[in-house]
Design a protein around this ligand. Structure first.
Ligand code: ADE
Length: 239
């Protein structure tokens, strides 16, 4: 997958691509990324990227001219363009799955009060919000989306790990434990030492249901209508 990130602050984004699993995906050629600095497409000596909004109001708006030139430099009109904004549709695991099928995605990172609407009208396919709160940086929102999407691409993470994760079947994850068996007087649940695979699976599913019921009852209601959940519960039936 090719990712192009159009930003005023490429340094914020660069580091992420150099770390951990993403760095490996880049090295293996699964991900190619390009950072496009909007400031490189300004024409005045001050490299101005923003101005006051027409009609008045607080904050600054990113100028259409440099941003449009930055987008033209990567032929964005012919690519899938995502603009991250608190005014977008909510980002979900389903949206991540949909984006993971794209060969190439351009992310526009806004700052201040956002970008000129004419840029959205001309270039943008998806306006996406990562949550009901306002960040000062579109860079962080783009990275959240990129991180969620790239790990769904074949070969990045094992399918077993993806299957077990929260949201793959609508339930939250079961608790995890690792060595030592006793930590500051706290022991791990006996069942995890039993070696009894089916009992462990049953315990994990029970934990997932209990956790989801406690913190996200809305998800549990949805999961009960989901075939993958019903199948799992059936396979692990306690009788
Ligand atoms: N930019 C600022 N806040 C945002 C949010 N919640 N989602 C996406 N982009 C943003």
């Amino acid at each position: 997958m090719k990712l192009k990130i159009v930003t005023l602050f490429p340094a914020i984004v660069q580091l992420y691509f150099e770390m951990s699993t993403m760095a490996r995906a880049v090295k293996r050629g699964i991900i190619e990324y390009t950072l496009v600095n909007i400031r490189d497409y300004t024409c005045d000596k001050h490299k101005t990227c923003d101005d006051n909004p027409y009609g008045g109001g607080v904050g600054m708006v990113i100028l259409p001219e440099p941003l449009g030139c930055a987008l033209d430099s990567i032929d964005a009109l012919h690519k899938h363009v995502v603009y991250v904004t608190p005014s977008g549709i909510p980002f979900t695991q389903d949206k991540a799955l949909e984006l993971s099928c794209e060969k190439e995605i351009v992310f526009i990172c806004g700052r201040y009060e956002g970008v000129d609407q004419r840029i959205i009208d001309r270039y943008v396919d998806d306006e996406v919000s990562i949550g009901d709160y306002v960040l000062s940086s579109g860079e962080l929102a783009s990275l959240v989306i990129i991180d969620t999407v790239y790990r769904l691409i074949d070969g990045v993470i094992s399918t077993e790990s993806l299957d077990e994760e929260s949201f793959s079947d609508g339930l939250l994850e079961y608790p995890q434990y690792t060595r030592p068996e006793e930590y500051r007087g706290m022991n791990i649940p006996d069942v995890l030492l039993s070696g009894h695979h089916k009992h462990i699976q049953q315990w994990r599913l029970t934990q997932r249901i209990a956790k989801t019921l406690a913190v996200r009852p809305d998800l549990l209601e949805r999961a009960q209508k989901n075939d993958s959940f019903a199948k799992k519960a059936n396979e692990l039936s306690w009788n």
